[in-house]
Design a protein around this ligand. Structure first.
Ligand SMILES: Cc1cc2nc3c(=O)[nH]c(=O)nc-3n(C[C@H](O)[C@H](O)[C@H](O)COP(=O)(O)OP(=O)(O)OC[C@H]3O[C@@H](n4cnc5c(N)ncnc54)[C@H](O)[C@@H]3O)c2cc1C
Length: 260
């Protein structure tokens, strides 16, 4: 198959890859951008289990891969506080992390997210819950939430997918990145495979945004090419189910708070 050339190649069309491309467009970049995604466009992501009743071990799972990435079928909750999730505040500082969250939230809004923010409407009740948490030796993490909803989230990602394509971003679906092209300590692009065979995409810049699903692959590729890498942390929570009466008030006021 014929090799290709582009300015920027992004591996993975999950949120990390999508927002990289969006940001380039927003900043008025004239670079040509190609996204490689082993899954399908968001509108074609259908799990056959709904018909067959069992997992069909598809070559690329429609639930976890494709445009919008691993959380496509989640109920789409955006935690709008730097205090929830991930290493970003440690890496870039709490204030800048919060700025980035607000900035990203604005982008979701511009693509049609519900403007309502949950968990912020009753500051007096929140204060009282915080007081009780302190008395119990707990810290209340009261995080504002934007709840997209599963179907709305898909509509938003569909709009983003169309926007990227209309603005010249090339998205190669059902295309898997197999290797990075490394020469003289530089990455010169990627080696990919689709249903017609394998070929190279040469690029000035390469962004690997392969998410949790691609983490093992990325770790292997980094080890093979001697690239320093560090795995991100995984938050593991304990879910304690209690009767509604216990948490009803907290959930009504704070929507999805955390007590730690
Ligand atoms: C069930 C579930 C529910 C969730 N709910 C929420 C929520 O409500 N709110 C929230 O904020 N977060 C939620 N998340 C977390 C959120 O989905 C992830 O944080 C986010 O998807 C990470 O984005 P990413 O772009 O880093 O990776 P991913 O979303 O994993 O995207 C990576 C993409 O890269 C592709 N890829 C990987 N390797 C290759 C390769 N070699 N070649 C080509 N393509 C490749 C994959 O197919 C995938 O589409 C949820 C996650 C899951 C699994």
């Amino acid at each position: 198959m014929q090799n290709k050339r582009t300015d920027l190649v992004i591996i993975g069309a999950g949120p990390a890859g999508i927002f990289t491309a969006l940001e380039m467009l927003k900043k008025g970049s004239r670079q040509s951008i190609t996204i490689i995604e082993k899954g399908l466009p968001v509108e074609k992501r259908r799990c056959p289990k709904a018909q067959t009743g069992r997992c069909m071990n598809c070559p690329s799972c429609a639930i976890t891969t494709g445009f919008s990435g691993a959380g496509a079928f989640s109920d789409g909750k955006l935690s709008l506080s730097y205090e929830v999730g991930g290493d970003l505040p440690r890496l870039i500082g709490e204030d800048f992390a919060q700025q980035m969250i607000n900035y990203t939230d604005e982008i979701y809004l511009s693509f049609g997210a519900d403007p309502r923010v949950e968990g912020v409407s009753d500051p007096i009740a929140i204060k009282e819950i915080r007081r009780k948490a302190i008395q119990a030796g707990l810290k209340l993490v009261d995080c504002p939430i934007r709840h997209l909803g599963t179907e709305k989230a898909q509509e938003i990602y569909d709009a983003i997918e169309k926007y990227l394509i209309q603005n010249g971003v090339e998205i190669l679906f059902s295309t898997e990145c197999e290797d990075l092209i490394i020469k003289d300590n530089h990455c010169h692009g990627v080696h990919v495979r689709d249903k017609n065979g394998e070929y190279d995409i040469f690029a000035k810049h390469t962004v690997a945004a392969t998410g949790r699903r691609g983490a093992d692959w990325l770790e292997k590729i980094c080890a093979e090419h001697g690239i320093a890498h560090e795995p991100g942390t995984v938050d593991i929570g304990v879910r304690v189910e209690v009767r509604n009466e216990i948490m009803e008030h907290v959930n009504n006021v704070l929507y999805e708070s955390k007590l730690v």
